[in-house]
Design a protein around this ligand. Structure first.
Ligand SMILES: NC(=O)c1ccc[n+]([C@@H]2O[C@H](COP(=O)([O-])OP(=O)(O)OC[C@H]3O[C@@H](n4cnc5c(N)ncnc54)[C@H](OP(=O)(O)O)[C@@H]3O)[C@@H](O)[C@H]2O)c1
Length: 332
């Protein structure tokens, strides 16, 4: 293999960003690196930011986004990996300032690469990807507080998004009563099929409340949106409840008092999937593999596209219009 196809984003002299599928040369293998032939990536919210010139995510262009990549080893400088071995890479700097999974070949440090066991296909590793790792880290943090199904329902915000929908499937599989907030009325039946028992419209938690504390409704929450919805969720946790938070699609700002924390003893648990230790990431892959049965129904939430369709889907994810995971096949 001498050349490969990639979805490249460039910045023109007027500071505007352009996206196109280009042919690139396969790089030489460097010391400490692994070259991977990517078969599948997936679109995450961060990929859409990188694809549209967000310098908080990607400082320099031309750049190939894609924070998830699953495929097989082309060449390895380490005897930890053999040619043809199925592997997955998520997070670290992949797709941010290192060319990512929207290209058929990536060159990444050995420590970023996770070998796939036979029980997890390359395709399903990409279906889970960063969304799965992040959802699992959120659940892991909640379980570390001692949370159990008998404590009460768990709320998921941004529920039809990548992180939210995988979190729902996993929580339901663990026996939790799952509630969801969504802005997509057309997805209510699909959310119920995934295991959600109660659904709230996005507008229900979108208005700021002057009250420092609201009626306790949820034992825990997984929040992917931040802003006012998160303020209302935190105020509405039951005493000693916990919220694992990872996202900011509504807003990065929190504007509230400390009263829910000091009068109800609630916990706010931050999640960062990009820089977790390799050991923790391996634990999260094991957790997802052990709970794969819960993800069987999830295949209905997977859309598969090729590189040429990326601009359309980048727009959709920025507008919050995607439900579930959009896989990018690098062989289409
Ligand atoms: N901390 C980490 O390590 C980490 C890792 C992965 C992702 N993230 C972050 O988590 C968030 C979700 O990521 P994702 O990949 O799951 O994104 P996604 O697939 O785009 O899902 C986000 C969902 O949020 C809802 N939403 C969209 N705009 C909204 C708004 N203005 N107000 C309220 N809800 C809105 C939509 O679901 P409904 O229509 O169902 O409401 C949308 O599908 C992003 O902010 C991303 O950057 C963080």
């Amino acid at each position: 293999m001498e050349s490969y196809q990639a979805f490249e984003v460039t910045e023109n002299s007027e500071g505007a960003f352009e996206q196109q599928v280009v042919t690139r040369s396969v790089p030489e293998l460097e010391e400490g690196k692994v070259l991977i032939r990517v078969r599948y990536s997936a679109i995450n919210f961060k990929d859409a930011l990188s694809s549209t010139g967000n310098k908080g995510v990607t400082r320099e262009y031309p750049h190939v986004p894609g924070i998830d990549a699953a495929g097989e080893v082309l060449q390895s400088s380490s005897d930890r990996f053999s040619v043809g071995q199925p592997v997955v890479v998520t997070g670290h700097d992949l797709g941010m300032n290192t060319d990512g999974g929207f290209g058929q070949v990536i060159s990444v440090p050995v420590d970023w690469v996770h070998a796939l066991p036979e029980s997890l296909s390359v395709r399903n590793a990409a279906v889970l990807g960063t969304a799965g790792i992040t959802a699992s880290l959120c659940i892991d943090k909640l379980l570390m507080t001692g949370l159990k199904p008998s404590d009460g329902p768990v709320l998921v915000t941004g529920s039809t998004g990548g992180v939210g929908s995988v979190a729902i499937a996993l929580l339901f599989g663990l026996g939790f009563e799952v509630h969801a907030i969504t802005g997509k009325a057309a997805q209510h039946d699909a959310l119920k099929a995934l295991g959600v028992t109660e659904i709230f419209g996005r507008e229900e938690l979108s208005e700021p409340s002057k009250r420092p504390i609201l009626k306790g409704r949820w034992a825990a929450a997984i929040d992917t949106v931040g802003g006012v919805p998160l303020e209302n969720v935190l105020k509405s946790l039951k005493p000693q409840g916990s919220a694992a938070i990872c996202g900011l699609v509504a807003s990065p700002t929190l504007n509230m008092t400390v009263f829910p924390f000091i009068l109800k003893g609630i916990n706010l648990l931050g999640v960062d999937s990009a820089e977790v230790t390799p050991q923790k990431k391996a634990d999260m892959w094991r957790f997802m593999i052990e709970n794969q049965a819960a993800l069987t129904k999830y295949q209905d939430w997977v859309t598969e596209i090729g590189l040429a369709q990326l601009p359309e889907y980048v727009d959709k994810i920025l507008q919050g219009k995607i439900a579930g995971r959009t896989l990018v096949s690098l062989d289409q």
